[in-house]
Write a protein that binds this ligand. Structure first.
Ligand SMILES: Cc1ncc(C[n+]2csc(CCOP(=O)(O)OP(=O)(O)O)c2C)c(N)n1
Length: 318
């Protein structure tokens, strides 16, 4: 079933929240306020929102270090996300995880993962648990196309196909694995063909088209809940910013990025909303609402304390 057009303004607002979250993090990073690394998802917001809005809150999800958008779209509290970035105790991982370790069991977020392909078997494990407990919950794993050359990708695809697990695999193909064009490292750049080889239903979807992503994941979720097993979706998209802060971006040219900006998902949804009768003023209002959410989150995070040294080892599995 398609996403109801009445929900498109809220989706537009949600995509702006993700974009503005990344912009705020960039500013904090450049001001020396954030330690560690930061991998922005600017340009890939339609995959996050389209996919997560087709899930239930109690469905499981795993994602990568480029996962802020996924986490926010799944329902992570923006204040808790911002506080986590600033290492504050009110953060979703109590300020001890940072950019690459957003986690929130209440919304099924099993965790971002800095290990390429690391979240794929975790999602399969959660799906296996749901199948064994005869629950109709599923697990979705986001990953980049760089993950498809990892051994664990192949081992997991084999098992989820054999066991017909309720898993949705969403490969965000943004053409680059870190700073390497993926066509230089991957024998079959159309990664969904690899999933088909394992007998998994697999297709390509325009990852910059929010409604197309939603519809594809909605269908996959219905099949998974009906016991029909996994689906693999290759969402074609583009990372508009560098791989991480400080990326010199010498591996791609400015014309390519400029062309990709013409296809970027937020502008595209804005055009669609215009066709549906929403005015530029309506769109500006939604964007301003998103900005207010981010500013409130910044204030919340700034006002929160850092974790106490006595809690350094709390919540760890030893
Ligand atoms: C197992 C493993 N090997 C290498 C790395 C270093 N590394 C970090 S990001 C990355 C590229 C991943 O590319 P892709 O999966 O396409 O995701 P994208 O960064 O484009 O979102 C690599 C190789 C890692 N994190 N984990």
């Amino acid at each position: 079933m398609p996403l109801h057009p009445d929900r498109l303004p809220a989706a537009y607002r949600q995509m702006h929240i993700i974009r503005k979250f990344e912009e705020a993090i960039r500013d904090l990073y450049q001001a020396g306020r954030i330690r560690g690394s930061f991998h922005p998802c600017v340009g890939q917001e339609a995959v996050a929102v389209g996919a997560c809005w087709a899930l239930r809150t109690d469905d499981y999800m795993t994602c990568t270090y480029r996962g802020h958008g996924h986490a926010l779209a799944k329902g992570l509290d923006v204040n808790a996300a911002m506080a986590e970035m600033l290492g504050k105790v009110t953060g979703c991982s109590k300020g001890k995880g940072g950019s690459m370790h957003f986690t929130d069991p209440a919304i099924g977020l099993l965790g971002e993962n800095a290990i390429v392909a690391g979240g794929i078997p975790h999602a399969a494990g959660a799906a296996l648990a749901m199948q064994m407990q005869k629950k109709d919950r599923l697990a979705l794993a986001f990953f980049g196309e760089g993950a498809v050359n990892q051994g664990v990708f192949h081992e997991t695809l084999n098992l989820i196909a054999v066991w017909k697990l309720p898993v949705i695999l969403v490969c965000e193909n943004n053409l680059y694995s870190e700073m390497t064009p993926s066509i230089e490292t991957t024998s079959t750049p159309a990664t969904y063909l690899r999933a088909q080889a394992y007998g998994i239903r697999a297709e390509r979807v325009d990852g910059n088209d929010l409604e197309a992503v939603y519809q594809a994941v909605e269908g996959a979720a219905a099949r998974a809940r009906a016991g029909e097993g996994p689906t693999y979706l290759e969402a074609e998209t583009y990372r508009l910013w560098g791989h991480m802060m400080g990326d010199p971006e010498v591996y791609r040219n400015k014309e390519e990025v400029a062309q990709a900006r013409q296809r970027e998902p937020i502008v595209r949804l804005g055009v669609r909303l215009g066709e549906l009768g929403y005015s530029p003023v309506d769109l500006s209002r939604l964007e301003a609402e998103a900005q207010a959410v981010i500013e409130a989150a910044l204030q919340f995070a700034e006002a929160s304390p850092i974790p106490s040294p006595q809690d350094a080892y709390a919540d760890l599995m030893v």
